[in-house]
Design a protein around this ligand. Structure first.
Ligand SMILES: NC(=O)c1ccc[n+]([C@@H]2O[C@H](COP(=O)([O-])OP(=O)(O)OC[C@H]3O[C@@H](n4cnc5c(N)ncnc54)[C@H](OP(=O)(O)O)[C@@H]3O)[C@@H](O)[C@H]2O)c1
Length: 345
């Protein structure tokens, strides 16, 4: 499939991007969203013009859920500002999700960024996010990481107050386990949980997804393309620049890399039989896991965005799903985070 074909496929087929409900509080979004993290960090140099063009193309193709965070600008607001600028002409048609939960002023240590979900800090970060986004309401406000020093009841209560004040519409959590979800939900309804989930990363299936479904919470898989590995457009860890996290990501390290590449070759062969790309297969697989799921693949390219959005038109049969399971019964080789920063549920 050429780039032009892919774009064409995205253009023609995805204007009808179906909507999905996230949670039971009224939040709705196009079945595929867009993550903006890579536009300013994580995968080498950011790309502001590419990011803005991609966000606008996404809107044209029916994407409504746009995912950012205070963290993605490392406290400067750059990622939220980029998103706010890109969507200013259609802001009320879309869902802006952002996140608090880190202390950007504290030095980074081996355990990563310092956490801070104290109520006064949540309020301060929310005001900053509103300013950076150039909006007077945030649709989904996520706690980015559970803070062991602040009871989740205080966090849910604070976001509940911001909702009552009209500054926020829905409460979200990221990387929260069953107990935290239940406790937060008892204080204020959680509309959406965001956690890594993909053909490569399956940990949420055992205990998290059942609780999400029991409580009627929507689920947003992040890194749904395995940080790009599932697209097949990969190279060994040593070939990435230092500011690209794939230079140290365990799934790219020698030994794991070769195993994961072999799995991608098999996924690509399956995708070929269906006339779709491996990337589209990975996203269609997530959509097939439940109609309460809206993945947020990240890209800086309008063309790749169109390819990703068109995945919503792909249908996987039970045989396709069984074949994926056979290729990757437990997900990728290698851990999704180093031990020191691995979220614990
Ligand atoms: N809550 C959390 O803790 C958390 C953690 C991580 C991420 N997230 C969110 O989830 C979003 C998505 O996750 P992610 O960006 O980490 O990983 P991802 O979506 O799994 O993969 C992104 C990578 O795939 C590449 N890519 C995307 N579409 C492609 C295509 N069609 N063909 C080839 N390459 C393609 C992108 O490169 P190009 O940009 O060059 O296309 C980028 O390098 C983030 O933007 C962020 O909003 C949240």
């Amino acid at each position: 499939m050429t780039q032009q074909d892919t774009d064409q496929q995205g253009t023609d087929q995805s204007r009808n991007l179906p909507k999905r409900e996230l949670g039971t509080q009224g939040l709705e979004a196009g079945a595929i969203g867009l993550g903006t993290m890579g536009m300013t960090m994580a995968y080498g140099a950011g790309d502001e013009p590419g990011g803005i063009a991609t966000i606008r193309r996404a809107y044209e193709l029916g994407v409504t859920l746009f995912d950012t965070a205070e963290l993605y600008g490392m406290g400067t607001g750059s990622n939220e500002q980029l998103l706010g600028r890109a969507v200013k002409d259609f802001r009320d048609d879309i869902v802006i999700a952002t996140k608090f939960g880190f202390d950007m002023d504290a030095p980074q240590n081996a355990a990563g960024m310092a956490l801070n979900s104290r109520p006064d800090h949540i309020r301060e970060v929310t005001e900053n996010s509103l300013r950076h986004l150039g909006t007077d309401y945030i649709d989904v406000l996520y706690q980015h990481r559970v803070d062991p020093d602040v009871p989740i009841e205080d966090v849910a209560g604070t976001v509940g107050e911001l909702i009552a004040e009209g500054k926020v519409r829905y409460l979200g959590l990221s990387e929260a386990g069953p107990d935290i979800l239940r406790r937060a939900h008892a204080v204020h309804p959680v509309s959406v949980l965001q956690t890594e989930y993909s053909v490569f990363e399956r940990a949420v299936e055992a205990e998290v997804l059942p609780v999400v479904r029991e409580l009627g919470i929507g689920f947003v898989p992040y890194s749904p393309l395995g940080r790009g590995f599932l697209t097949g457009a990969v190279k060994p860890a040593a070939e990435y620049p230092q500011d690209d996290m794939r230079s140290w990501d365990d799934r790219w390290q020698p030994g794991n890399y070769e195993k994961n590449l072999a799995a991608i070759r098999e996924l690509t062969a399956l995708a070929d039989t269906k006339g779709i790309t491996a990337t589209q297969l990975a996203l269609a697989w997530l959509l097939a896991q439940g109609d309460d799921i809206v993945p947020i693949p990240g890209t800086r390219s309008p063309q790749r965005l169109a390819e990703n959005v068109a995945a919503a038109q792909a249908t996987l049969t039970p045989q396709d799903l069984a074949r994926v399971q056979e290729i990757l019964p437990r997900g990728a080789a290698g851990s999704r985070y180093p031990e020191a920063i691995m979220p614990s549920w």
